[in-house]
Write a protein that binds this ligand. Structure first.
Ligand code: GTP
Ligand code: MG
Length: 204
């Protein structure tokens, strides 16, 4: 899929105020600093469409972007950020879980995980929560530029092994780097294909 246009629509902390437009929607979620906003910029080819930062906790709201005038990409705040209070850290922020539960336009989420680290309890818990709430998701491994190909392979198979302790199948997954534009075509084609299959079930 080619990106012809990518525009910011609206930010808010209330799922009820998200755009009413009935178009397919995909959301990026994951730990603070994992690279959600950077990936949106990489995929859209727009350097500062989504705000990024070296410091965790940059994205604080639900941010909608409209792509090619016919689907939404959503940038969400990260979870697991140490500076928020313990209780806020433990339970995922309510407006985020409300978003996932109530956003009927959401086709699939992408849970981003840093490819350098071992599977983290908070990510596994989040995926568990998604499963329990029947919210479809895929996994995106980020920052692949930081590892050599052999290490990437090792880390991914380790992740798969841990996932299969709880899940029947490994979810679809993608290996990406925003700095090196790795995984761009694969991810855009994946979304493009789903959009194609959903034609007809969304009427604007
Ligand atoms: P929050 O909004 O705080 O939840 O973070 P985020 O997940 O949106 O992360 P963001 O895109 O702001 O990136 C966090 C940091 O990681 C920044 O310093 C980015 O430059 C860096 N980063 C993001 N993606 C990559 C990548 O693919 N490779 C490398 N090397 N660094 C990356
Ligand atoms: Mg962000």
């Amino acid at each position: 899929m080619k990106i012809k246009s990518a525009e910011f629509v609206i930010s808010n902390s209330d799922v009820a105020k998200c755009p009413n437009t009935n178009i397919p929607e995909y959301a990026f979620i994951g730990r603070s600093n994992v690279g959600k906003s950077s990936l949106i910029n990489m995929l859209t080819g727009r350097k500062s469409l989504a705000k990024t930062s070296g410091r965790p906790g940059k994205t604080q709201l639900i941010n909608h972007f409209v792509i090619n005038d016919n689907w939404h990409l959503v940038d969400l705040p990260g979870y697991g950020y140490a500076r928020v209070s313990k209780s806020a850290k433990k339970t995922f922020q309510k407006f985020i879980t409300d978003y996932f539960i109530n956003r009927h336009q959401l086709v699939s989420a992408f849970v981003l995980v840093d490819i350098r680290h071992e599977p983290q309890p908070i990510d596994l818990e989040f995926m568990q929560w998604m499963g329990e709430n029947q919210i479809p998701f895929s996994i995106i491994f980020t920052k692949a530029d930081k590892l050599k190909p052999k290490a990437i392979e090792r880390h991914v198979s380790q992740y798969e092994k841990v996932m299969l302790q709880k899940w029947e199948n490994m979810p679809d997954f993608f290996i990406t780097s925003s700095t090196k534009s790795i995984g761009k075509e694969e991810l855009l084609n994946y979304i493009g294909q789903i959009n194609e299959e959903l034609k007809g079930s969304f009427t604007k």
